[in-house]
Write a protein of this length. Sequence first.
Length: 702
Amino acid sequence: MLLLSHKAAAVRDHNDNVNALIQNGHSLSLAFIHDDDGAPPGCLACYRLDPSQVTNASRATRLRRFLRLKALHRRVGGRDRRQLMEQMAVAKYDPKFKRLMRQADLVLALDEQADYWERWANYFAPGTPFFGASSVTEVMMEQLWRDRCTTMMSAALVSDFVESTVIGALADHLKSRDPGPLRLPGSLPSRMVQDLAAQLARSRGSAPAYAVLLELANIDRGVRLGEVDPIVKAALTYLELALHGVTSYLVQGVCTATMSAADEALRDKEPDRAARFARLALALLLHRELHSDGLHSEMVADPVRYLEPWCRSGVFRAIEACRRGGAGVAHPAAGRTGRVVILPGVYPLRDQAWVAAARAIPGAEVDVLNMRKYAPVFRGMELDDRAIADLLEPARSPQWQQIEPALAVLAQAEVVIADWSDPGAVWASCNAPEAAQLIVRFHGVDVLSGWIHLLDWSRVDDIVFPAPHMQDLVVQILGHRIERARLHVFPNYIDVSKYQRPKRHQAQRTLALVGWAQRVKDPVWALEVLEELVKHDRSWRLLLVGRQFASLPSASGQRYQREFARRLADQGLNDHVEIRGFTPNLDKLYEEVGFVLSCSRREGYGIAFAEGVASGAVPILRDWPIFASLDAAARTFTPEWVVVTPIQAADRIRKSSTLENWERAARAAQAQLLDMAPSDDTLQRMRNVIKLHGSAQGTLAE
């Protein structure tokens, strides 16, 4: 967005709107000729336009430009001569003006003098909207309304989940209902309402559902259907969590009522409707605001009690009753293919260790089956009501399972390895050959997802966990469903030798946090550690490595991003923080790092952190809050690495800050990691899990 003014001070009349637009993530630039009344706000990218381009040239060029401008001035007339000459000079001869015009998506004139540039905007950037000074306030306000609604749409309404489930569930349930009059603020332009309705119309819902959601978008607590209708209440609860991170409703009670509605639909022989309601309830019960992104999880604290609305429902019992069953794990000797099929999962980052382990087995042939390329459901962790409907009626033609190329590969498998407990693992549990061994590995986020409640655990022979707390939690969550499976606990594979490289001279004063731009990684906690350090020593720096924050986060995610930006600016830490992009070469990056941070709110293992320790960086391990009751961090690594607060972390760092102490602490931690997670041992354990007929993997006690 480009703001134009003759004098920079004109922007001050719009300070509140400009600041709000910047906070909403817009990129604003201000271009002006004079700043006689003082500098513009520091939050803007400012460009001073230069009329002297007319005179800063050769004599012949100066004369030619002056005559052109004079001719233009005579044709326009009626303006202050000097002012008009300056504006024409800038428009014709300042390259910054042309560049800014061509880069802008929207151009706003802040004062009447800047209105003159509209003709040049049309020339340099045809099609780019230009609004004059008389309408600039209205345009800014409308954009802020659009931002507010877009945030809510992106947080809750435009996702595949809400389109097909929240709106769909409301549509199914409200076909004959009138949600009441649509109450919108009078200042909201009517075309904004039309835009929102158009977005919602892409779903499978109905007009009454749109009205309810539009009322919610205005945070109007006058919607009373939710007080009596369980499906509406569930939808409103889900959307409140998406919009605010908290809800006024009791989630377990809402989910119990929603599952009752699903059970009623199932009794009425409407499996699709039952699946839609069940999906809404399960997604609400496991909403990321309640578990994945917070500091506490009721499910982690008491899984059995928390999951009662799902586990006591008729839908859950019907799904379990329809399972193929896996009475014992039988692998007949005849007809074995020696083929291992590996599903790398929704986040295919660490499956190469399984590939290496399987290929080391004599006679094994390995296929990697990347389900992400076959359907959108395999590209994320959002639930799919078609999967639930198929599980409720396995006899009918499945809506989401018939992926012929993938089924052809799976049919040849003697062993199937699902590296995540995700949609691909559910698909494999429904379609793998009955004689095939099925191995499922947990990571961190999948234990808090809904897919593990849809997976046919009676078909799973082996379950792999990266740490003891993951096993403890999954056993509590799944209970008797996994009693036939063999359980294995060993860390993720790390090629330790790859990271054993010399440190650079600045490493002793460098901290690093890898994969930083997520709430679950809690970079604000890292800033608090850095703040404690620079109070006493300004030589410390923090490397934040990885991709930036998501461009369309939830409302609570936006608040977290603003808090991160505020702390970075207010505490004077900008000069001590360096943000690096994603790199596949962490081994080289860790040459610069002397202290590696794990600030996470939860972790299944923390492999990037472990790689940093392998490189010779001193570990600073937060007691992961969501899993603190399981003593997760200390049991995954070692208690002496664990700290609870940023002050404790800073104290631990300072104690190892001298060269001698740092080298000693780094060597000790590196040796401890090698003892806890030796590379060859991990690969051997992975090979031991794979049971190919007639292979000679060797054995290793676990």
